[in-house]
Design a protein around this ligand. Structure first.
Ligand SMILES: [Zn+2]
Length: 295
């Protein structure tokens, strides 16, 4: 994406943040042009251009993945921990879910508390204020669940949100919190603060587009992910990240193999695993995530 913005009255350019990596900066007198490039396929709802004044930090994960952080100065103090936390979450999620699917990561922390939402915009989630660890885990988990593999229809939104919510449960498991089964039980019996309304409809059957972000899609979706992971023989201790002895599926698709599914039309078909024990790593359609989800 190529974006041209004016300089302000002091002659300073506004910051322009897009998806992927910043590849070129041009000064054109009273304007500047910034070029951002995302190497991997991207669904249109994940595109983001943010323009304003930000504190920019470029760091790297332990594996050398570029991390681009853009923080509104009003959130500077609250977002101070992100330099360490983003690499930590990426390292943790890569162990849990497989290799990170994009060529960079990061976060955009704005100061718009009235906006009241965050979005998993590709490579750099957008936050209306400094996120806590739980929200950061949720949006970064979407890079695997929702961004690398995107549903073909909005009614399948639970494949995004159920798994991103389930990632929050697993983060808690690995950081001294409740077990996933305890969290499941608190949703089931209604004692979890986010459990209200989760039984209103089946996660994959929202009655209309107005309901694709309702509690069943998130909370009940996470419960399905948990039950499916248990049924497929996975465990939830922090020592069980690797494939167990009976594990047959290997990992989530890499960005190169998932690209065919990521923007699939209803007519387009993704290769399906004919046998669970196949040694070939092929890109699964979203409907097969449950079979492949490994914790
Ligand atoms: Zn989400």
């Amino acid at each position: 994406m190529t974006v041209t913005v004016p300089k302000d009255e002091d002659g300073d350019p506004y910051d322009v943040i897009g998806n992927g990596e910043l590849t070129k900066e041009e000064d054109k007198g009273d304007r500047v042009t910034r070029h951002w490039r995302s190497k991997e396929p991207m669904a249109s709802y994940l595109a983001n251009v943010t323009v304003g004044y930000f504190e920019i930090a470029n760091v790297r994960t332990g594996d050398g993945l570029p991390v681009y952080l853009a923080v509104d100065p009003d959130e500077s103090e609250a977002a101070e921990g992100l330099r360490d936390l983003v690499p930590q979450v990426i390292a943790w999620a890569s162990k849990r879910f497989g290799p990170y699917p994009f060529s960079s990561t990061g976060a955009i922390v704005d100061h718009l508390p009235d906006l009241d939402y965050a979005l998993e915009t590709q490579t750099k989630p957008y936050f209306d204020s400094a996120p806590d660890a739980k929200l950061l885990v949720h949006e970064l988990a979407h890079q695997w669940f929702g961004n690398s593999v995107t549903p073909r229809a909005w009614k399948d939104m639970w494949l995004n949100e159920g798994f991103a919510n389930y990632a929050e449960w697993l983060w808690e498991v690995d950081h001294g919190g409740k077990t996933a089964q305890e969290t499941f039980a608190s949703y089931y019996d209604g004692t979890h603060p986010e459990s209200e309304g989760i039984w209103n409809f089946a996660p994959a059957d929202p009655p209309s587009v107005a309901h694709v972000s309702d509690p069943p899609v998130y909370g009940h979706g996470a419960m399905v992910a948990h039950k499916s992971a248990r049924r497929s023989g996975t465990r939830h201790s922090s020592t069980s990240c690797g494939p167990g002895p009976s594990s047959t599926a290997t990992r989530m698709p890499t960005h190169s193999s998932s690209s065919r599914c990521a923007r699939g039309s209803p007519e387009r078909t993704c290769p399906r695993s004919s046998t669970a024990g196949s040694s070939k790593r092929r890109s699964p359609p979203a409907s097969e995530w449950l079979l492949l989800f490994r914790t």
